[in-house]
Write a protein that binds this ligand. Structure first.
Ligand code: CTP
Ligand code: MG
Length: 242
């Protein structure tokens, strides 16, 4: 079977230079290819840092991170970009048009592919409502679109890019519950069964994940399915109740 983006963290510890305590502590876990892994935990727990380590925005002081067996530290920028894509917690848009922003994912994408990505990302309606549609101008930083619209365009951009591993950093929390559910229902087909990692605030976003990692103060304190964690993790129960 072709590799579809298996990620493994082995004993990964990372702290920001000058800080006394690491923000990721001895993290070991496997993200199975083609499955959905969710990461949940309170603000400041280290969720974004975990994703950024996969993208090599930082390198760990200890431990290794591999994708399909290859240490990410040995991949070229291009190999890494082909393998993993991120919808950042604070998405950004470039000066240009909606189409040019979506094609930042993959310059050769057809208009049809852009519309398909928008349909999945629940952004089709608002783009259609723009006078110029895909050719609507977007200002740098995306100030001409709302925060939620910017988030959907950023999701669509990643769908256009078609990486092996999709990272969504809190990408669905700005959506209402129904839109969140529609988007997630459409994702598996759109990503063609690629590996998906979802950082979430709302438990309802992740109950169906194949694996949930509970992170607290940089440590993985629970892992399992929703039902397993309900039975085994105090921290998870607390998150569910809050
Ligand atoms: N941190 C830091 N310097 C940065 C980024 C983060 O010192 N440039 C620290 C934060 O203060 C926090 C820890 O690293 O203590 C983890 O941050 P982060 O991964 O961003 O936390 P999240 O779990 O993503 O929090 P949120 O839910 O608020 O996004
Ligand atoms: Mg974060």
């Amino acid at each position: 079977t072709p590799e579809r983006g298996r990620i493994e963290f082995s004993g990964v510890t990372f702290g920001f230079p000058g800080a006394e305590t690491p923000v990721v502590k001895d993290a070991s876990f496997v993200v199975e290819p083609g499955k959905t892994t969710a990461i949940i935990g309170s603000t400041g727990a280290g969720k974004t840092v975990l994703l950024n380590l996969m993208l090599r925005l930082y390198d760990p002081q200890q431990g290794t991170i591999t994708i399909d067996g290859a240490p990410v530290s040995q991949l070229t920028r291009e190999q890494l970009a082909d393998a993993i894509g991120l919808v950042p917690q604070r998405p950004y848009l470039f000066a240009g048009t909606i189409a040019s922003n979506l094609r930042f994912g993959r310059s050769g994408a057809t208009e049809e592919e852009l519309w398909e990505a928008l349909r999945v990302a629940q952004g089709e309606d608002f783009v259609k409502a723009k006078e110029l549609g895909l050719d609507e101008p977007v200002s740098q930083g995306g100030t001409s679109v709302s925060g939620g619209q910017r988030q959907r365009l950023s999701i669509a951009r990643l769908l256009v890019a078609r990486p092996k591993v999709y990272l969504f950093d809190d990408s669905f929390s700005a959506l209402d519950v129904a839109t969140d559910a529609r988007l997630r229902a459409a994702l598996p087909e759109a990503t063609q069964g690629a590996t998906t990692i979802i950082v979430a605030q709302r438990v309802s976003t992740i109950t169906e994940a194949d694996q949930i990692l509970v992170i607290e103060a940089g440590e993985i304190v629970g892992r399992g399915t929703h039902d397993e964690l309900l039975a085994s993790s105090d921290v998870y129960q607390e998150i569910v109740r809050s």
